[in-house]
Design a protein around this ligand. Structure first.
Ligand code: GLA
Length: 367
């Protein structure tokens, strides 16, 4: 392991280092891994919940800022209810009435969001301690995290072996590769819940960020944020981000769906190409810094969430608090409530099959 160069410096080689982050309430040691690329970009990831704790990337003048929300100390993550930076599973997003049927058998899940199951339940993958292994990739440094979700955990069937590999590439991309296998038919939908602010975490709201989403449709929801089953055209709605539009341009419009989400909190149906590789899902530009984030994925959907539930009460990194809409999430995924929606792409994983998805957050700058 090499030592970490100061942020903003230009190391010749990428490196990865490990340090202690603290202990869980039940006494288990938790680590922090610092991945640095040859340009000096840096991703810090903990094996508690697999959370991305910080992500430092340059602006158009080469000045680095940390563009994700998070906490300075482990207890922030232990107590977190916002899923800052975390790996979300076994089922990212909501399952209506916290139940679904597979082969005629009804599975009852933990209810942690009104009557529904959200983000894997009461103790989702964001609260798991993952086994970490550092690896050198050909284009950067990788951290491989593994977790065994036992048969019956939070109500889900099957022992699910999960591996999530983060790679910080020398091209300023954070690539996330998710794999899983099961010994019983189950449902799986994994994502990462990073909250981005491209002007720097703690620097204010994200309403002036400019966004495009490659989606002609979205999935409207009911009052519990469960999709109604309809795929609705974005045309002539505040959900049309096919042309570059400020996130805040229409967010307070008198629109039924925006009211139900108290802002954007919706799944967009991505325009998927026929081949199965990664494709561009969304692009965000922060005009003042020139920082650009592109989200590439193999997934059919993305949850665009504007941090409507942030309330500025929980202390975050460096003494910052995070008021409402101080960050946005682009959670790549299969659609919410798919286990109960036969017309949505399937989230069923059978024994002998391998779940495998890739999402890459690519950072660059624009003049
Ligand atoms: C997702 C959900 C939101 C909210 C956040 C976490 O984005 O769709 O409704 O639960 O996670 O606060």
């Amino acid at each position: 392991m090499t030592t970490l160069a100061p942020t903003g410096a230009t190391p010749q080689h990428s490196s990865i280092s490990k340090k202690q982050f603290g202990k869980t309430p039940d006494g288990q040691s938790v680590d922090l891994f610092v991945l640095t690329n040859k340009g000096g970009a840096e991703a810090t990831i903990t094996n508690y919940g697999g959370a991305v704790v910080s992500l430092k990337v340059p602006d158009r003048n080469g000045k680095f800022a940390d563009v994700v929300l998070g906490y300075d100390a482990l207890d922030g993550y232990v107590n977190d209810k916002a899923y800052f930076g975390a790996i979300v599973g076994r089922y990212g997003n909501r399952i209506a009435h916290a139940q679904f049927v597979l082969d005629g058998k009804t599975y009852a899940l933990a209810k942690n969001n009104g009557d529904n199951s959200l983000h894997g339940g009461i103790r989702g993958f964001n609260k798991a301690l993952w086994t970490a292994k550092t690896l050198s990739a050909k284009d950067g440094q990788s951290l491989e995290l593994s977790y065994l979700s036992k048969d019956g955990e939070e109500g889900f069937p099957g022992n699910l072996k999960v591996t999530v590999t983060y790679t910080l590439t020398d091209a300023n991309a954070l690539k996330i590769e998710y794999s899983a296998t099961t010994d019983k038919k189950t449902v799986v939908n994994l994502t990462n819940h990073s909250y981005f602010n491209l002007a720097g975490q703690g620097s204010g709201d994200i309403l002036g960020h400019l966004l495009t989403i490659q989606a002609d449709q979205f999935t409207p929801v009911d009052s519990g944020l469960i999709p109604t089953g309809e795929l609705r055209d974005v045309m002539d709605t505040p959900f049309d981000f096919r042309k570059l539009t400020a996130i805040g341009a229409r967010i307070n419009q008198d629109d039924e769906q925006l009211k139900l989400g108290t802002g954007y909190d919706h799944n967009f149906v991505l325009r998927m190409p026929m081949d199965h590789g990664e494709y561009l899902a969304a692009r965000v530009l922060e005009p003042a810094s020139g920082r650009v984030l592109e989200v590439w994925t193999t997934e059919p959907g993305v949850q665009f969430y504007t941090g409507n539930f942030l309330d500025g009460k929980t202390p975050g990194k460096g003494g910052h608090t995070y008021p409402r809409r101080n960050a946005f999430c682009l959670e790549t995924q299969h659609f919410p409530d798919s286990p109960n929606q036969p017309k949505f792409p399937s989230v069923v994983l059978n024994p002998g099959e391998r779940y495998h998805t890739i999402t890459t957050y690519k950072f660059s700058t624009e003049k």
